[in-house]
Design a protein around this ligand. Sequence first.
Ligand code: UN1
Length: 502
Amino acid sequence: MAPYGHYVDGDWRTGARAGAETFESRSPATRESLGEFARGTPTDVADAVAAAEAARAEWRALSYIDRAEYLWEIYHELRERHDELGEVVSRECGKEISEGRADVTEAWHMVEWAAGNARHPHGDVVPSEIAAKDAYMRRKPRGVVGCITPWNFPVAIPFWHMALALVEGNTVVWKPAEQTPYCAQIIAEMFDDTGIPDGVFNMVQGYGDAGNAIVENDAVDTVLFTGSAEVGHSIAEKLGGVPGRDVALEMGGKNAIVVTEKADLDIAVHAAVMSAFKTTGQRCVSAERLIVHEDVYDAFEARFVDLAADVAVGDPLDEETFMGPLADADQVAKFREYNELAREEGVDVLVDRADLDADEVPEGHEDGFWVGPFVYETEYDPELRCLHEEVFGPHVALIPYAGDVADAVEIHNAVDYGLAGAIISEDYRQINYYRDHAEVGLAYGNLPCIGAEVHLPFGGVKKSGHGPASAREAIEAVTERTAWTLNNATEIEMAQGLSATL
Ligand code: UN1
């Protein structure tokens, strides 16, 4: 079978222009192949950007409603094929099946929100300071939006980026993650089926060189990126100061949950397990630090450790599984490296399931990237790298604290990242203190720190982000505004009392 190709200017491109090289998608659970894909080259990206540029005028001339129609078709397809696509997600990126389905749910929620915006367009009308003038802000599409998306939400995150960008009148060039090209292929087929005008939506499969070609192409007006801090910061360096080119970055975190002495421990344990182990710790919002008051520490630790020792690792397609495999060999290597580092830094290891016993690995899945939780206890120490660097796996530190909520929040904030965090407490004063002082873009009270709602701005502060890459405020990244004033009088009257007499 010919390799799957790119979708450029309304055509599937699998021929010579697709480049000679191909790559394979393999399930992280079984290593079975999900298909062979053309590896995009900078030339493919240049063609896609040229197509997107050429399609701009026609697309922006359509009304919001007409543009949204294409997205509504995708919305219905995502809903109709929800379970089938959820299974594809689980097969390709290893998330257990309820999370595979949730990825698709999140995608249709986002499409619904963005397409729904077409019936609820934003705008600002303000009175002019001069009676005979009208003043209002007009939003216009930026032009070509480049989207670079990760493997951990292979269906939802592309729609975070693309749905609003398209409804707002931009054309799109998308480079999906090289780990999940099959999900990307299905999404591109959905766009193709809608009959969206050629060049409005383009997808080039491939690796970092293809992503980089998007970043380096001056005709791409805005780059929306979700992924590692390393890549995100390099994009920021390239585009941060370039006038006329915009960027919204959503990167990692070293997220924490504060469990105070006033916590309901049922909620605390539940929130911690969900936040640390769902998606095998591979959400950018996953918690890797649990900061627990000394008065409840022993009780919390006993319960959390029991669950971590027992949490069901297994076949992602099995409904009983809580944690699927890690995504690839690099993730496994990084996870083990940080576990080793934590040991070297002198932590007290409480659970180490990094090398699963043979009988814990599901039958027929021996080649998968299996790991279980690694949990340790340590006093807070600003020198410990394991407490400050993101691992992106089920690597969890329990950090006891004494004193009041301000002491916990100090530890919570003592990292370069600022994506997500939570407080578990029954005391509203503690909760309010956390709300006001936690240095994160997504803060939760008595909840896990995962599972954001799609209509809320998603993004971090400090080294975690730069402008929300999705939802409400992403409108800033995919549009530009004109302040428009219109004179309705027969004479000119101006602000600042400027004389308009000749
Ligand atoms: C990510 O963590 O990479 O809030 C994205 C959540 C999801 C999105 C997470 N809605 O957990």
